[in-house]
Design a protein around this ligand. Structure first.
Ligand code: NAD
Ligand code: DAU
Length: 356
């Protein structure tokens, strides 16, 4: 019988990482889950694995070299999948250094320790090992209407401290391949939505604010465009890239679902009107507020490489995925209550109080 595959997943208690951990366990992989449990990390996302002996949770930082070294030596993973990051653009505008610490320095430490361990493996293990780094379409900068979508060879041109820190980490990952031969892969994905997203991001925030009768703060005119992909489709793509992707390569992942922010918020309001009818119109809660500084106008992803080379196709349509997502938040009120701690309320004041 062949040995059970083992993954070291970082950031596996966050929105996307937890979805990937849940899917990996369904596929029978053993998962070592290293997460610092920042405000965005939540063990309730992994509640269904609480008595699963093949999900080993370790609270810790990707910048902790000794801990990473011990985990690698002890569990001998077949791959490292790096989701750990500070992920929210608005937070990066208010506190850029936290993004440099985790996204740049943390990734750099993780790479160095993994490379040192990997270089001592036997030939077969060294050849089959993978380091998969999860990145974003934001590293490519901003598009205007009519511009061709980002492809893997689009030059990097990040505009926010968040995207600049992610770009730096991508460059480090690529450099570890070129310099040391570490078998790396990078994925650059568009905006994710779905269950368990921390309610600071557009879709989860709007659902919860709408239900509570609070303002729905649309930045600027709401005409900025994002491409939306269901988190389960993103994680299925990551698994495919991990299994079949060519090392040293990057793969774009996208949903073919470009929408203006205003369209997204109006669609959410229409879904809520059906799911939770009430006398007030949810859309009347929309407020246009001060724009995000340096707000990228449009992102769009050309993911033909992933589709044609690896045969990936998303399962969720945006319409059905959004409806399911709204239903998930309605059915998980306890998760919502726990997530909205004092720290969350502080953030809402910090980010929104001065927007007129
Ligand atoms: P998230 O903020 O929900 O989760 C991040 C997780 O990383 C949290 O569990 C947090 O505790 C953990 N973490 C943070 N700093 C850490 C550190 N120093 N050491 C260990 N763990 C740490 O983010 P997400 O939306 O799930 O995004 C995951 C990854 O996917 C990020 O790298 C992000 O850049 C990328 N990404 C996100 C999207 C999106 O739409 N959310 C799209 C494309 C790519
Ligand atoms: O494109 C991938 C990226 O998508 C990921 O790399 C990031 O981790 C993730 O946070 C996301 O970044 P965005 O900045 O695009 O997502 P956010 O949900 O913060 O915002 C989506 C759009 O909605 C953006 O144009 C800003 C706007 N917005 C956002 C918030 C929070 C509003 O209009 N009002 C809001 O209150």
């Amino acid at each position: 019988m062949s040995k059970q595959q083992c993954l070291l997943v970082t950031g596996g208690a966050g929105f996307i990482g937890s979805c990937f951990v849940l899917q990996s366990r369904q596929r029978g992989l053993r998962v070592i889950n290293l997460d610092k449990l920042t405000y965005a990390g939540n063990l309730e996302n992994l509640a269904s694995l609480s008595s699963d002996p093949d999900h080993i949770f370790v609270q810790g930082d990707i910048g902790n070299a000794e801990l990473i070294q011990w985990l690698l030596g002890h569990y001998e993973p077949d791959a490292v999948v790096n989701f750990a990051a500070e992920s929210h653009v608005d937070r990066s505008i208010l506190d850029p250094e936290a993004f440099v610490r985790t996204n740049v320095l943390g990734t750099s430490t993780l790479l160095r320790v993994v490379k040192n361990w990997w270089s001592c493996l036997d030939d077969a293990k060294r050849a089959s090992f993978r380091f998969l780094h999860i990145s974003t379409d934001e590293v490519f900068g901003a598009l205007q209407p009519g511009d061709p979508a980002f492809c893997e060879t689009t030059p990097y041109s990040p505009n926010s401290p968040y995207s600049a820190s992610k770009a730096a980490s991508d460059h480090l990952v690529r450099a570890f391949h070129e310099t040391y031969g570490l078998p790396v892969l990078i994925t650059n994905c568009s905006n994710n939505y779905g269950p368990r997203q921390f309610p600071e991001k557009l879709i989860s925030l709007m659902i919860l604010n709408a239900l509570e009768g609070k303002p729905l703060p649309v930045y600027g005119t709401g005409s900025n465009i994002r491409d939306w992909l269901h988190v389960e489709d993103h994680c299925a793509a990551i698994a495919l890239v991990l299994e079949q992707g060519r090392t040293g390569e990057s793969y774009n992942i996208g949903g073919h679902s470009e929408r203006t922010n205003l369209e997204v918020v109006q669609t959410l309001c229409a879904i809520l009107q059906e799911e939770v009818p009430c006398e007030r119109r949810y859309a009347d809660q929309i407020r246009f507020v001060t724009d995000r500084p340096g707000h990228d106008f449009r992102y769009a992803i050309d993911c033909r490489k992933l589709e044609q080379e690896l045969g990936w196709k998303p399962v969720h349509s945006f319409a059905s995925g959004l409806k399911e997502t709204v239903r998930w938040y309605l059915a998980h009120r306890e998760w919502v209550e726990h997530v909205r701690s004092g720290a969350y309320r502080d953030w809402m004041v910090r980010n929104y109080a001065d927007r007129v």
